[in-house]
Design a binder for this molecule. Structure first.
Ligand SMILES: Nc1ncnc2c1ncn2[C@@H]1O[C@H](COP(=O)(O)OP(=O)(O)OP(=O)(O)O)[C@@H](O)[C@H]1O
Length: 294
């Protein structure tokens, strides 16, 4: 497990990471979300050792991270980093060899990654000849070629079409399943919601929420309820322990102080007749994100 503990980082007068702590667990996909300038890239650069924190520590399984471990991380930097004029497979072989692989092994592994990412037929093309989405796939292959000990990917899904997102996700999931910790940042909350096991939500350089989606839902989103009836539901406004959030004739969406208050709305609705639907409304990650970063 990679643990980030109490990390602070300033650039001049700007304090951009504030006592940042979170874990990246082996075998899981951890989504790192936050608005522009929240501090995701800075955190990833600190994980990789490209930047040094002003205070705090990065540990792996309880011991300070080593240069060897960092060298084994598969990193997809925000600024990308492959050579536009070099053939895709040649770059993968080059990177594999930089990580100490033999030429034949690097070539075999590079081809395998391109195959799995649906890019095998472009192995001989120069990077600049590929579409942006395919360049992105090549970048992902580059992060994976040396059988990384951990993956740190800055916006790996940006610019990918839904099929490419699905293919990439499968490859990352298979990598995580081998016990590798995977951290990826994203602005696309719908993608993150679908893909990750754990989430770290960052705002203004602070961790605002962290945990599984279920934990975040339980901890941060007050349940909301919906009643749909054949007749006007305006009476819900008068119920005790209930706050109506939206009302539209036969439909009322409301918060209740507890389950009993919500059930009393159902009881009342039944006596009035014609209940079409009643129950908690599933909350989205988007709502939690808005709530915790407010
Ligand atoms: N080298 C630097 N010098 C000065 N300020 C920097 C530097 N790098 C980052 N910052 C500032 O630190 C803050 C966090 O930036 P960072 O790139 O980590 O955010 P981010 O969450 O990755 O944002 P985005 O989603 O827009 O990529 C921003 O205000 C940014 O301007």
């Amino acid at each position: 497990m990679i643990s980030v503990t109490g990390v602070n980082k300033s650039f001049g007068a700007a304090h951009v990471l504030k006592d940042l702590s979170f874990d990246i667990r082996p075998g899981l996909m951890t989504g790192f979300v936050g608005g522009n300038g929240a501090g995701k890239t800075t955190t990833m650069r600190i994980l990789l050792g490209v930047l040094t924190p002003d205070s705090g520590s990065i540990d792996v399984d309880g011991a300070p991270i080593t240069a060897d471990y960092r060298a084994g991380i598969g990193y997809m930097p925000e600024e990308r980093g492959l050579y536009p004029k070099m053939a895709v497979l040649d770059q993968l072989v080059y990177l594999g060899r930089l990580h100490g692989m033999g030429g034949a092994a690097a070539k075999a592994r590079g081809l395998e990654m391109l195959e799995r990412l649906g890019l095998a037929e472009r192995a001989g093309s120069r990077l600049e000849e590929l579409s942006l989405g395919n360049q992105q796939r090549a970048q992902i292959a580059a992060a994976l070629v040396h059988e990384p000990v951990a993956l740190v990917l800055d916006e790996p899904f940006s610019g990918l079409d839904p099929n490419a997102v699905a293919t990439t996700l499968q490859v990352l999931r298979e990598t995580a399943d081998t016990g590798v910790p995977v951290l990826f940042s994203s602005h696309q909350l719908d993608v993150v919601e679908r893909l990750c096991d754990e989430l770290v939500i960052l705002a203004d350089g602070r961790v605002r929420a962290a945990g599984t989606r279920a934990q975040l839902l339980a901890a941060h989103a007050e349940p909301e309820w919906e009643l749909v009836a054949d007749t006007d539901t305006g009476w819900v406004r008068g119920m005790q322990g209930v706050e109506v959030l939206a009302f539209d004739g036969g439909r009322a969406r409301f918060r209740a102080v507890d389950e009993a208050a919500a059930q009393s709305v159902l009881g009342e609705a039944v006596t009035r007749g014609g209940v079409r639907r009643f129950g908690p409304v599933p909350r989205t990650l988007h709502e939690i994100f808005t709530e915790v970063t407010r």
